[in-house]
Design a protein around this ligand. Structure first.
Ligand code: APR
Length: 236
């Protein structure tokens, strides 16, 4: 038998136990900042320094030596390394914890905080430090156009064609640590539920919980390693 083709979607909940805040929990990022001030193209056009400051603070968290991938990121990286069939990890997270854990078959559909994109020439470059309106683009040298390489509200997520193909072909879809509040990711389960098994692993029922064949609720660092162990024991 061929192993099932797997698509895994992750959200901010998988990084919570590494110390990064989610968005919509009571202590989440959107309880402290207004989306329309910091996470839209209009906000950036109106006040680039404010938006850069918001992402500079979040980017600084990525440089904190105490930040590490947790057991859930590590389990998914092990699955990636050992899974004998098709697998795609799609993350909505703009942190780099999946990358640091070693996941390779990975798409950052909402972009990456540790990268910048130049609005003048379009080149995406590494951006580990702070960005400001004075930051020059390393490719074209102009200033004023460097923005965080993240997808803001009202913008199209990245690599949607590749994602659509993987969803269409998958046999198992797993959603981890996401509230199911933001489309298009929130709609993935509806796209696959008639041809794939669907599983939700989340701290609590998400908005779309009822759409999944199976749901398991608890912290990602417990649920994800157990899920990966079972899957590898069966197939790898
Ligand atoms: N383990 C598993 N799940 C957890 C944990 C944990 N330790 N802690 C929190 N969660 C769950 C919450 O219960 C919630 O359902 O993670 C989910 C996080 O939801 P959101 O804060 O809405 O984050 P996410 O779904 O990733 O948001 C989607 O919204 O603002 C945008 O672009 C941003 O990518 C983000 C998108």
């Amino acid at each position: 038998m061929t192993p099932p083709r797997i698509v895994i979607l992750t959200g901010a909940g998988i990084s919570r136990e590494s110390g990064l805040h989610t968005f919509r929990d009571p202590d989440g990022i959107w309880a402290r900042h207004r989306i329309e001030d910091v996470a839209t193209p209009e906000a950036f056009a109106r006040n680039p320094a404010l938006v850069q400051g918001f992402y500079n603070a979040r980017r600084a968290q990525l440089r904190d030596p105490s930040l590490h991938p947790n057991a859930a990121h590590e389990a998914l990286a092990e699955l990636d390394a050992r899974w004998p069939g098709d697998l795609l990890l799609i993350t909505q997270n703009v942190d780099n914890l999946h990358d640091r854990a070693g996941s390779r078959r990975l798409i950052h559909m909402h972009g990456e905080m540790a990268k910048a994109r130049c609005l003048r020439c379009g080149v995406v470059s590494a951006a580990e430090g702070d960005l400001s309106p004075e930051t020059p683009c390393p490719a074209c040298g102009t200033t004023g156009g460097m923005r965080p390489h993240v997808v803001w509200f009202g913008e199209m997520p990245l690599e949607m064609e590749r994602i659509g193909e993987a969803l269409e072909a998958c046999d198992l879809f797993v959603s981890i640590g996401t509230s199911g509040a933001v489309y298009p990711a929130a709609g993935f389960v509806q796209e696959v539920r008639h041809h794939a098994d669907t599983l939700e692993l989340n701290l609590e029922p998400s908005e779309g919980s009822h759409l999944f064949d199976e749901t398991r609720h608890g912290p990602a660092t417990q649920l994800v390693p157990a899920f990966v162990k079972d899957l590898l024991a069966k197939w790898a």
